[in-house]
Design a protein around this ligand. Structure first.
Ligand SMILES: Nc1ncnc2c1ncn2[C@@H]1O[C@H](COP(=O)(O)OP(=O)(O)O)[C@@H](O)[C@H]1O
Ligand code: SF4
Ligand SMILES: [Mg+2]
Length: 334
């Protein structure tokens, strides 16, 4: 029996996954040795700055990597079975029916010349083998399910508000009855009120359908509201993983601490996001050792030469030499 790091049987296991992109003859590693497990019904946030590898992780799990991507290591297992994520044809039966993705910016993902009911019905016909009539009936049900009046089904995408379009994307993602939904910045383009409504909808669907949710965002405060657990990514690696409550109360990785400190807190007079000093690393010339060391206020000599491994610490995991050295000290003095 397989168990996730937080206990319970795993639905999804990502094990040492690395993905490289080839661009103009240069190969760069976008994600490096990413490992985590997800239980049925669990909601996990995947947080990091732009370029940290969140979308690549999502695309690899969903079997939607771009043609210039190469899986250079590791594997993904769904209900214990290895997925052929680097084989486009072999992955076809798995795509959208096990894990599906709600992308940012629904306007780009929806077909502008087709009515929304048709766009929701299509995957039901293609994947579930339904007749047009059955698929249209299911599309109506799905529209209702995501809070869109069924008479709006005949609308074209440009006739709907941004929030409604994102609801259509969620209906499409649910069409083939997946067990896992990945929201890739699903609310980034929306105003604050619509963002809250979409997050509430995802939460409701999750409990009604026992869906597992991976919520990708650069905004840690979004995760605080919607997830049980959070994984922090930096330069293609998971650097911290733990319960939302523990990570907010006691972040263990210096990058997580700076991310939390960067969140505006009007109660304490901090109204603006305080950016983390320095720039995210260039993946083609990734810094040696811990990729965060050029920006880290706690960096030590070892940080510039040795990559810290992601080790268990308490009920979570952290990749930072600060904790390894304190564990070593404990071991020496024990
Ligand atoms: N199709 C692609 N071809 C080449 N490089 C890519 C491609 N997609 C993403 N990358 C690169 O991979 C890294 C991770 O990107 P991505 O997974 O999109 O990060 P995030 O979603 O966290 O912003 C970035 O350096 C990005 O430039
Ligand atoms: S390993 Fe070193 S540089 Fe990296 S986060 Fe920890 S203390 Fe900072
Ligand atoms: Mg992204």
């Amino acid at each position: 029996m397989i168990h996730s790091s937080q206990g319970g049987t795993s639905l999804l296991e990502v094990d040492g996954l690395s993905v490289d992109y080839g661009l103009k003859g240069v190969s760069s590693r976008a994600i490096d040795s990413v490992s985590f497990a997800l239980r049925a019904g669990e909601a996990v946030g995947l947080v990091g700055e732009s370029g940290s590898g969140k979308t690549t992780t999502a695309m690899a799990i969903a079997g939607l990597l771009s043609p210039n991507a190469r899986v250079s290591g590791g594997q993904v297992r769904y209900r214990g079975n290895r997925l052929p994520i680097d084989d486009d044809a072999a992955m076809r039966p798995h795509r959208w029916s096990e894990t599906s993705v709600v992308f940012q910016g629904a306007m780009n993902a929806l077909n502008p010349v087709h009515r929304i009911i048709k766009q929701i019905a299509e995957p039901c016909m293609l994947k579930l083998g339904m007749s047009r009539g059955e698929a249209t009936a299911r599309a109506r049900e799905l529209l209702e399910f995501v809070g869109i009046p069924t008479d709006r089904g005949s609308a074209y995408p440009h006739e709907l508000s941004g929030g409604m379009r994102q609801r259509v994307m969620i209906a499409m993602a649910l069409a083939c009855r997946p067990s896992i939904i990945i929201g890739d910045e699903p609310t980034t383009a929306l105003d604050v009120i619509t963002q809250a409504q979409i997050l509430k909808l995802l939460g409701e669907l999750r409990s009604q359908l026992n869906l597992a949710l991976i919520l990708i965002t650069h905004d840690l405060s979004v995760v605080a509201e919607s997830c049980d657990r959070v994984m922090i990514m930096y330069a293609g690696r998971i650097v911290e993983d733990g319960s939302v409550a523990e990570i907010f109360a006691q972040p263990k990785h210096p990058y997580t601490r700076l991310l939390i400190e960067s969140i505006p807190n009007p109660a304490s007079g901090k109204k603006m996001i305080r950016p983390i000093p320095g720039d995210p690393p260039n993946l083609v010339n990734r810094p040696l050792g811990c990729a965060f060391h050029p920006r880290c206020p706690s960096a030590m000599a070892v940080c510039a030469t040795e990559v810290p491994s992601l080790d268990k610490l308490g009920r979570g995991r952290v990749a930072c030499h600060l904790h390894r050295s304190s564990q070593d000290k404990v071991a020496v003095h024990a």
